[in-house]
Design a protein around this ligand. Structure first.
Ligand SMILES: *Cc1c(COP(=O)(O)O)cnc(C)c1O
Length: 362
């Protein structure tokens, strides 16, 4: 018998979230962001549920190959572009659209001679200061790209640093400031523009553009830290669940786990759950992190071990060895676990460990 832990990928939730993103996108085209193995959900597992998207966005050529092998015929956008002349040949071969974000890529593109035109998205740096041409360099890059016979400029593109917070809370790089900077770039360009990630899609309806690039929202994670995903009509696309494998009676003053971080203040029943940091549960999760046992909330009690966690079952007398445990999913929002671990739902999804068996639920 395997350990009782498993992850379930819910295609109905993915379809539901895609539809919610579609409604928010209106007439704009929708790139479903599936980088990092579809945020840990498994690229091949999610593709059937994302068939209605206009394209996939990812950043690994190997993942683009996997999507094509799985039968994805629509566009695929490479979010970081390419790293070599060989990559450009693969891009042509796989029929990909690619970001061009800097001078080195532009030079490779200028040296490329292909049989079919390559479509590119010109990435502009409007304040994120990660990838993209500086505002003063965009017009020059655009002119060089449009001069290339084997290249088609598909869109200008930018990325928001603070689409999930109000301009007053955003510090030096307010979303509306980025928006103004982007609008001011090459006003003579009347072709498509691409701006919004999930947060901008839901929080900045006036951001506009011709295509949007939601990722986290498709998987049912909140696009806005501090607000539940349910506020945006999103459903968890991943459940991580397990079972109680032992129960300990812990007297007052008794401690649980490594470092004895959790100490019983009342006679306690502590459940040991088959899930640890080697499964992807965050080791830094604080005492009190929410875990559902038999449908009730059982707070995390003590340090997360490699293969196990402990939870306080004192107020759930019906819970016992064998009881069903949800680490995250429809009952326990992944964002609540992330908050108890000082991180975001994105990181937990992406960190689901390879040893966890995964099942797909249509
Ligand atoms: C990851 C990524 C996205 C998706 O972001 P979410 O916050 O998951 O919606 C969109 N655009 C770019 C350029 C990205 O790298």
């Amino acid at each position: 018998m395997p350990r009782p832990i498993e992850a379930i990928i819910h295609r109905a939730a993915l379809r539901h979230n895609l539809a919610a993103a579609r409604r928010a996108a209106g007439a704009r085209a929708l790139w479903a962001v599936v980088k990092a193995n579809a945020y840990g959900h498994g690229l091949e597992r999610v593709l059937p549920a994302l068939a209605d998207a206009d394209g996939l966005a990812l950043l690994d050529l190997a993942e683009a190959e996997r999507a094509r092998a799985a039968g994805w015929r629509k566009p695929i956008l490479l979010l970081e572009g390419f790293f070599s002349a060989d990559d450009l040949r693969s891009i042509e071969h796989l029929g990909l659209t690619t970001v061009v974000h800097g001078e080195a890529q532009l030079r490779l593109l200028e040296a490329h001679r292909g049989a079919a035109p390559v479509e590119v998205y010109l990435k502009c740096n409007t304040g994120m200061n990660r990838l993209g041409f500086a505002p003063a360099a965009v017009a020059g890059a655009l002119a060089r790209i449009t001069a290339l016979p084997d290249v088609r400029l598909g869109s200008l593109m930018m990325h928001f640093a603070n689409a999930d917070r109000s301009d007053a809370d955003a510090g030096p790089v307010a979303a509306n400031e980025q928006l103004r900077a982007f609008a001011a770039l090459v006003p003579e360009w009347h072709g498509p523009r691409s701006l919004a990630n999930s947060a901008a899609l839901f929080m900045l309806p006036h951001a506009g553009g011709d295509s949007v690039r939601p990722g986290i929202a498709l998987y049912g994670g909140t696009p806005v830290a501090g607000r539940p995903a349910a506020d945006f009509g999103l459903r968890a696309a991943m459940t991580l669940r397990s079972r109680v494998l032992a129960v300990q009676q812990v007297p007052v003053g008794g401690a649980v786990g490594y470092g004895s971080r959790w100490v019983a203040r009342r006679p306690s029943r502590v459940g040991i759950v088959a899930c640890g940091y080697a499964d992807g549960y965050p080791r830094v999760a604080a005492d009190g992190a929410p875990v559902a046992v038999a449908g009730r909330c059982a707070p995390l009690a003590g340090r997360v071990s490699m293969d196990m966690i402990a939870v306080d079952l004192t107020d759930i007398p019906q819970a016992d060895v064998g009881s069903a445990v949800e680490l995250w999913g429809a009952q326990v929002p992944i964002d609540s676990v992330a908050e108890a671990a000082g991180t975001v739902g994105y990181e937990l999804m992406c960190a689901l460990a390879a040893r966890v068996p995964v099942r797909v639920d249509d």
